[in-house]
Design a protein around this ligand. Structure first.
Ligand code: GDP
Length: 700
């Protein structure tokens, strides 16, 4: 019999951990009583120790879920009596004053403004001298509710209290013998939810303070009958000046008192008196209440379990996961994803990217040194003239080519190319960190970004120096093979053709914006006119500085077109001029002279510079690959192992996994199903223990 209650108490706490709703609830005993009714004294007498918070201002603010576990007296190495707060991880506490202190602290942790907290304190006490019982101490609620409190707070307290005194719980109503039962707040509260007194048990304290006949009349319970009866106790123990335990003192007092009044409370009276009797009575009551709840709870658990199993099958196809496996999978997936992406950083890809950047530079150099040179037309004319020998080319163009080449090779190729590739890596990592599943794990994502950036920072300096060093020879001399020349020439042609297309597009845009080519031509003509006027004015000024004041510019003329269109016209003129140059140069690049080979370099600087860009790209790629990419690809996966989720303990692993809502739902359902299965197993095992009460419906 004992075993059944114990098992059910265990099952009860498992059910509570599954969910807090009433559906899955086995009964517990809820203790209520007004201040000074002797409630603490009764609980401590049952436990045999002082352990509850004391003090004038001590109003309990959290329910205490007290589980008593009867332990056999056998093992001398184990502490005989101890308490445990299962959620605090303080271990076994053998000193009951420490339990008292802990309860006081937990209580005071609830701010006075909140007054009460819904969150129960769980306390287990193991002892050979306690029965298996599950009690809930709700001190304070009744007192607070009756104190001078705002209405809303009273409601909060009342609703809290109501939650606990609901079925199937048993109510232990503590009343002092010296207070008229009609005025007992505990009984009044219990009558509200249990008017027939079917699940209320009365405890009459302070029996020593009333004459025995009065006490006996109360216990007989004729005025306020309770189905579960009244038990009278005397338990004003104080261990302050005593070596005896609370249990022993109470025992002695009760023996003395009830012994002295055997005529009223003796075995013939059929009244229930004494703490021992109370313990036994509570056990019986809890036991039978649990037994009668068993059938219902088994059904309820079975239903919940079937639902959970069904959902688990439907949603997850019975696939089990664990926080650890999720972490491992996440890391593998991260490495896998990274590896897939690294193909973007193979040599040909990198070289193409760098070439693109260097081609831009080539065009910049050409623009700066050639396109804006007034003599650029001459250069094209020479190239078209078959009579001109390469040696006949003016030194002007030879120097120009040298300058262009050095502008290109000294433009910071090492730094720019290294940064370009590093930036590509950074963007890649950032996109991995922002995507699934790292979007659920902001801290891990941050760490991922942090250490990959650190690797990059570490390598950028070395790499760009190395690249710069290796392209150094090109700053002095570039030797071009005929085969390279031809590639350079066709490359330059392509670049120019692209540039032509771009210029034409720009012109088209402008034409559209200003309203057609006629209008644009008008604008361009007007701007030219303005420029001519301006030039003339300057020349006149130079000739005759004093004339300034007398020479107003044609003000009204300036406003003939809006300024934005004037700007468009200027741009259009620029693109038009550039198109002319480009077309001349395209013809030169296609000429026989240019096709001859590298000896025509001064006449075809575009081909030459494109070859230089090719060489720079090739060299830079080689060293970036060795110094940056190889290093990064080597270090990154190692950093993932050692720095991403490296020293997580079990709790942190679970927290990490639960950050992902999909995983959290999966884990929750799986855990719920597991717990329900375990409870069901336990409930089924009770069937063999007490077949007559534990008739569980079997549906398998
Ligand atoms: P609580 O406020 O309901 O928890 O009541 P306590 O257990 O703190 O008891 C209030 C006072 O009544 C304390 O001074 C106790 O010593 C005293 N008391 C409790 N039980 C008895 C009893 O059976 N007889 C006598 N004479 N005093 C008691």
């Amino acid at each position: 019999l004992m075993h059944l209650t114990r098992k059910l108490i265990e099952i009860r706490s498992m059910l509570i951990s599954i969910d807090q709703s009433d559906a899955l609830k086995l009964p517990s005993i809820v203790v209520i009583g007004s201040q000074s009714s002797g409630k603490s004294s009764v609980l401590e007498a049952i436990v045999g120790h002082e352990f509850l918070p004391k003090g004038n201002n001590m109003v309990t603010r959290r329910p205490i879920e007290l589980t008593l576990i009867h332990t056999p007296r056998s093992n001398p190495n184990e502490p005989e009596e101890y308490g445990e707060f299962p959620h605090l991880g303080l271990g076994k506490i053998t000193d009951f004053t420490k339990i008292q202190k802990t309860l006081t602290d937990l209580n005071l942790a609830v701010p006075a403004s909140e007054c009460v907290s819904n969150d129960p304190i769980e306390l287990r006490i193991y002892s050979p001298r306690v029965p298996d019982l599950s009690l809930i101490d709700l001190p304070g609620y009744i007192q607070i509710a009756s104190m001078d409190q705002p209405e809303s707070l009273k409601e909060k307290i009342a609703s809290l209290c109501d939650r606990y005194i609901r079925e199937p719980n048993i109510i232990l109503a503590v009343c002092a013998a010296d207070v008229d039962l009609a005025n007992s707040p505990a009984l009044r509260t219990s009558r509200k939810v249990d008017p027939l007194g079917l699940r209320t048990i009365g405890v009459i304290t302070k029996m020593d303070l009333v004459p025995p006949e009065t006490g006996a009349t109360i216990l007989a319970g004729n005025r306020y009958p309770l189905h579960l009866g009244y038990v009278g106790v005397v338990c004003k123990a104080s261990t302050k000046n005593s070596k005896e335990s609370t249990g022993a003192i109470v025992q002695r007092q009760e023996n003395e008192f009830f012994g002295a009044h055997r005529d009223h409370f003796g075995s013939t009276s059929s009244l229930m008196v004494g703490t021992n009797t109370l313990r036994k009575r509570l056990m019986e009551v809890l036991e039978s209440s649990m037994a009668s709840s068993l059938h219902g709870i088994t059904n309820a658990v079975q239903l919940e379990l079937e639902e959970a199993q069904y959902q688990f099958k439907v949603q997850y196809n019975d696939r089990r996961i664990s926080a650890e496996s999720y972490v491992a999978e996440t890391i593998d997936a991260l490495k896998g994803r990274f590896k897939d992406f690294t193909t973007q950083f193979r040599k040909p890809h990198v070289r193409a990217k760098l070439k693109e950047m260097l081609d831009e530079k080539v065009m910049d150099v050409l623009e700066q040194l050639y396109w804006t040179d007034k003599r650029v037309g001459e250069l094209s004319t020479i190239a078209a003239d078959p009579k001109v020998k390469p040696d006949d080319v003016e030194p002007y163009w030879k120097y120009k080519l040298e300058a262009a080449s050095s502008l290109l090779t000294k433009s910071g190729v090492g730094r720019d190319s290294t940064l370009l590739v590093a930036d590509g890596l950074r963007t890649l990592i950032d996109s991995i960190a922002a995507g699934e599943p790292f979007n659920h794990h902001p801290q891990a994502a941050e760490r991922l970004i942090e250490f990959s950036h650190a690797i990059l920072r570490d390598r950028i300096g070395v790499t760009s120096d190395q690249v710069e060093n290796c392209i150094k020879p090109y700053k002095y001399e570039v030797e071009v093979e005929p085969r390279e020349w031809e590639l350079g020439r066709t490359g330059a042609l392509e670049l120019y053709e692209k540039e032509v297309v771009q210029c034409e597009e720009k012109l088209k845009e402008i034409r559209k914006r200003v309203g057609g080519s006629r209008r644009l031509n008008g604008l361009i003509g007007y701007v030219k006119e303005l420029e001519t006027k301006e030039r003339d004015r300057k020349q006149r000024l130079l000739a005759n500085p004093d004339a300034e004041g007398e020479e107003p510019i044609a003000a009204e003329d300036d406003y003939r077109y809006p300024p934005a269109q004037i700007l468009d016209a200027r741009h259009a003129t620029m693109y038009g001029n550039r198109l002319n140059v480009l077309k001349l140069r395209l013809a030169a690049l296609k000429s026989k002279r240019c096709k001859v080979g590298p000896e025509s370099d001064a006449l075809c600087p575009e081909a030459f510079l494109t070859v230089v860009a090719d060489k720079l790209a090739y060299t830079a790629t080689m060293f970036i690959n060795i110094e940056l990419l190889d290093q990064f690809f080597y270090q990154f996966p190692r950093e993932i192992d050692s720095r991403l989720l490296y020293d997580l303990d079990r709790r942190e692993i679970v927290e990490f996994a639960r950050e992902n809502p999909i995983v959290r739902r999966h884990l929750d359902l799986q855990e719920r199903k597991d717990k329900l299965e375990e409870v069901m197993k336990q409930l089924n095992s009770l069937a063999t223990l007490r077949p007559e009460v534990a008739q569980t419906p079997r549906r398998q």
